[in-house]
Write a protein that binds this ligand. Structure first.
Ligand SMILES: NC(=O)c1ccc[n+]([C@@H]2O[C@H](COP(=O)([O-])OP(=O)(O)OC[C@H]3O[C@@H](n4cnc5c(N)ncnc54)[C@H](OP(=O)(O)O)[C@@H]3O)[C@@H](O)[C@H]2O)c1
Length: 487
């Protein structure tokens, strides 16, 4: 049996009043100030965890009684000894690895000093937090009827430690990605790197609000202290994963936009018939946050090492912990917001509400969207048949797109450069583009004339209507003529 401990802290008044109901009558500030002097304490014994490999683990939740406000406002030199004291309690209980919850891994140097002071490895859980944010975003997108491979995604804070890992991985799943931060040079370097390694079209922007306007999915993970996304910024049906602390998404978005889905990340189902956390932290039974799951996964795998510490997270770390999660039977089974699971019905209601809002949004666009309205619902696409959706969204559930017939473009510029360098012909080369334009222009002439027009494609002439035929060639004013280039 492997052993772990997870150190957490109260997030809100309810976390005190659950144990001491009398505190409901007392102002929260008073509660915070009184409890902050108390020593850490063991909250519960966690039992029943069993990997699909058969490995078993038990653990303990240990609480440092400081709220987010106190943790952020107290100098780190005063917070550190309290976390270390909790860590020593974990060591006495026999923990072989220790995880840090919520703001305990945000303050100071993100676990480095805590790990240095203890004899037991420490992990922040941030690799699986990033991995599950990505998985959660993709899962939430599917629930809202978005096809990831055709979607536009935006990552705010894309050049940061967590943002860059999210952007690198998300770019492998979507058609277009926009990277947002304030410093353009770092954005350009990341854009070049991602464009080289994925087929996605990669854009950059220093303006978060305009960068999310057309996005189907947004991962917000910037260190901005102000809110960056307001309710009017998002398109209907969008999914936003707000990983940032403080949050990048205004609370008004949850309240005013019932047609978008804002999540903090994924909720993880922990394996084992009889998993018992011994403590209600607002999640359904047998479910936990990703950072708790990372600690347990490392224990089950006997990887007693400081797996994630400090600010930097690498793609290979996220991929490895995601692989180990799968190996041991952990899975993203829902979404969370404000450290609470979002009820499944709420997700369904938001997907449903997005239908009407999306229809209005699409019909209000001057160009760039097409809608086919049928008896049982609608089919909508972008300008080039991208982001195809069936509405209502539940019609997307069992729908499989036909296999692609034509070569997909890696983006205008790269398509052109590839052809110039002797690679595959451009997706819309002259052999395709010229006849395509030819019949479209003939259609335009046909609109201007009654009756049937007969066209001789070899001579490129309309043979039964001289007036229509005259429109095939431009009339060039004297002095503006030019000689055709002979190929
Ligand atoms: N939920 C969790 O469990 C969890 C875990 C760890 C971290 N976090 C949170 O995640 C966030 C990012 O952490 P990190 O370690 O990746 O930070 P980081 O390495 O400092 O990166 C911050 C990113 O935000 C960008 N940025 C800052 N202000 C911005 C603004 N006003 N508009 C657009 N972009 C802006 C920065 O680029 P420029 O300077 O060029 O703008 C950079 O790309 C923080 O809020 C942190 O607290 C959450």
């Amino acid at each position: 049996m492997e052993r772990f401990a997870f150190i957490l802290h109260p997030l809100r008044q309810e976390d005190f009043t659950r144990k001491y109901p009398i505190l409901k009558a007392v102002p929260f500030r008073w509660v915070e100030e009184t409890f902050k002097h108390m020593p850490p304490r063991v909250l519960s014994h966690i039992t029943g965890i069993e990997s699909r490999t058969g490995a078993q683990a038990e653990g303990w939740f240990i609480a440092v009684p400081m709220t987010p406000r106190l943790l952020l406002e107290t100098p780190f030199e005063k917070v550190l000894p309290r976390i270390v004291r909790a860590g020593r309690m974990a060591e006495e209980l026999g923990a072989q690895i220790i995880g840090l919850g919520a703001f305990l891994k945000v303050v100071g140097d993100r676990g480095v000093s805590v790990a240095r002071a203890l004899n037991t490895p420490v992990t922040t859980g941030n690799s699986y937090t990033a991995g599950s944010a990505l998985q959660g975003t993709l899962l939430a997108a599917a629930r809202m009827g978005i096809r990831a491979e055709e979607a536009q995604a935006t990552v705010i804070g894309a050049t940061g430690a967590i943002g860059s890992v999210c952007a690198r991985i998300l770019a492998k799943h979507v058609a277009q990605i926009t990277l947002v931060a304030r410093k353009r040079d770092r954005l350009e370097a990341l854009q070049e790197e991602i464009a080289r390694s994925t087929p996605a079209e990669v854009h950059i922007s220093t303006d978060s609000r305009s960068a999310v306007r057309d996005a189907d999915m947004v991962i917000a993970v910037s260190s901005a202290t102000d809110v960056l996304i307001e309710p009017e910024d998002l398109r209907p049906g969008a999914v936003v994963c707000d990983v940032a602390r403080p949050r990048n998404v205004s609370a008004a978005v949850y309240e005013k936009r019932n047609d978008v889905l804002v999540i903090d990340g994924g909720v993880i189902r922990v394996p084992g018939e009889n998993v018992d956390f011994g403590f209600n932290f607002g999640f359904p039974p047998k479910h936990a946050e990703a950072c708790i799951a990372e600690t347990i996964i490392l224990a089950l795998e006997r990887r007693f090492e400081c797996f994630t510490l400090g600010a930097d997270i690498r793609v290979d770390q996220v991929e490895e912990i995601t692989r180990l999660a799968h190996k041991h039977g952990f899975e993203v089974a829902g979404f969370r917001r404000f450290e609470r699971a979002i009820p499944d019905e709420e997700v369904g209601q938001r997907a449903f509400a997005s239908i009407d809002a999306l229809a209005d949004f699409i019909l209000a666009q001057p160009q760039g969207y097409q809608t086919v309205i049928g008896d049982k619902g609608m089919l909508t696409t972008g300008t080039y048949g991208d982001v195809t959706r069936l509405l209502p969204v539940d019609k997307m559930k069992d729908f499989k797109m036909p296999p692609p017939l034509l070569t997909r473009s890696p983006g205008h510029m790269r398509d052109f450069i590839r052809a110039c360098k002797g690679g595959d012909p451009a997706c819309s080369n002259f052999e395709v583009a010229a006849p395509f334009v030819e019949w479209m222009l003939l259609g335009v002439i046909a609109l201007r004339h009654e009756g049937k027009l007969e066209y001789d494609p070899d001579k490129m002439r309309i043979t039964n209507n001289a007036e229509a035929n005259r429109l095939l060639k431009p009339e060039i004013r004297k002095g503006w003529d030019f000689h055709a280039v002979k190929l």
